[in-house]
Ligand binder design. Structure first.
Ligand SMILES: [Fe+2]
Ligand SMILES: [Fe+2]
Length: 400
């Protein structure tokens, strides 16, 4: 999933470009003032400490908008069902043709298991710690899958009403989830076997993240969420692809293969989501371009932006900084994805829009050169690299 820094930090929210390094390397818990404020006056230090331990860091919350799509637009999705059957479901792979995590992992039922694990660990030994921070972040993001299925099932006009509904939208959501489920499984098992990471603290981060959820600000609108998923699937494909290339550069072709196979799934998902949006651009050009501008104004934020590991309130920013420094997902990639989508949906060439639609079109088209300029400036302003400990790798230090 993609790596835009979100507006939810307790301190110094990022205002301009999403990929600036975090302003501070602060491993402390969130403000003790804000945490203790929920306690009665005169609380003992032990009580305050207990609240600190049990609290997820407090984050600034914006007003959450829900169900913003006009009810009459639900009909659009009803009328698209036959089209979706023929054009969206084709991007799913039959289970029998799908790879499974076991295809890329040592087989615990075979005699060669121990030898295969030993080889995997030898290969992993050659890979630097910062790479593992990036890979762990990726795995944690994939593992928060229950949240993403919830997002899709919150969409007006599309949700799976029964849990086994036969509408093409519901079939897509369940099968997409089932395909995605292999990604977290595979990366999780690989990382466990590698012996290079602190699994308990990673597991804790996953539990925090699923418990916290996400906030892409999609307002239960399929228009907004499909802009988001189009962006995310492409971004994820890029980041898994780059993670694979780096693994290869570190001499681990098997890990490179793992990342590559996941990247190719994401590409298939991107094809489906961008096709749905393409159809919406055709049926309802105003609605589609307004949704694109709206999401870009809000900025596309990585689904794991509310990540917390139990000790570093800025873990997401720190992780994003490492990912950016390693070239796995950068500010340039963010602009590239937007430019690709604008081209894919022929946004610049749209005609016959309302005045509001033209303003949205204009905003999106002008945003690309603006992001490019910000990228350049961010590159020129290379900040002093901080080094911080990451819980995921037993508090070993990594440069941001
Ligand atoms: Fe995935
Ligand atoms: Fe995906």
């Amino acid at each position: 999933m993609a790596f835009q820094l979100g507006p939810f930090l307790t301190s110094k929210p990022m205002k301009s470009l999403s990929f600036k390094l975090p302003p501070i390397a602060d491993r402390s818990l969130g403000s003790s003032k804000s945490m203790s404020s929920s306690l009665r006056s005169g609380a003992t230090s032990k009580e305050i400490e207990n609240v600190k331990k049990s609290s997820i860091p407090r984050r600034e919350a914006h007003v959450q908008v829900t169900h913003s799509m006009p009810p009459e637009k639900i009909e659009i999705f009803k009328s698209m069902e036959d089209w979706a059957k023929k054009n969206v479901l084709v991007h799913l792979k039959p289970v029998e043709n799908c790879w499974q995590p076991q295809d890329f992992l040592p087989d615990a039922a075979s005699d060669g298991f121990e030898e295969q694990v030993r080889e995997l660990r030898e290969r992993a030994r050659e890979i630097p710690d910062d790479y593992f921070v990036a890979l762990v972040g990726s795995m944690i993001t994939e593992e928060a899958l229950p949240t993403y299925q919830t997002m899709l099932n919150n969409l007006d006009g599309l949700r799976d009403e029964t849990g086994s509904s036969l509408t093409p939208w519901a079939i897509w959501t369940r099968a997409w989830t089932a395909e995605e489920n292999r990604h977290g499984d595979l990366l999780n098992k690989y990382l466990y076997l590698s012996g290079r990471v602190d699994m308990k603290r990673i597991e804790k981060t996953i539990q925090y993240l699923i418990g916290t959820g996400m906030d892409p600000r999609a307002e239960n609108s399929p228009y907004l969420l499909f802009i988001y998923t189009s962006f995310q699937e492409r971004a994820t494909s890029i980041s898994h692809g780059n993670t694979g290339r780096l693994a290869k550069a570190h001499g681990d072709t098997k890990l490179a293969q793992i990342c590559g196979i996941i990247a190719s799934d994401e590409k298939r998902h991107e094809a489906a989501y961008t096709k749905i949006m393409e159809k919406l651009f055709e049926i309802d050009p105003d609605g589609a371009v307004l949704a694109l501008a709206d999401m870009m104004r809000k900025r596309i934020t990585m689904p794991a932006h509310l990540m917390y590991d139990g000790c570093d309130v800025n873990i997401f920013f720190h992780y994003s900084a490492v990912v950016q420094r390693l070239g796995i997902y950068t500010a340039k990639d963010y602009s590239d994805v937007l430019e690709f989508l604008v081209g894919r949906w022929k946004v610049e060439k749209m005609t016959g829009l309302s005045a509001e639609g033209r303003r949205a079109q204009d905003y999106v088209c002008r945003l690309i050169p603006k992001l490019r300029r910000l990228e350049e400036r961010a590159g020129e302003r290379a900040e002093e690299a901080l080094t911080i400990p990451f819980s995921w790798i037993s508090d070993r230090l990594v440069k941001l």
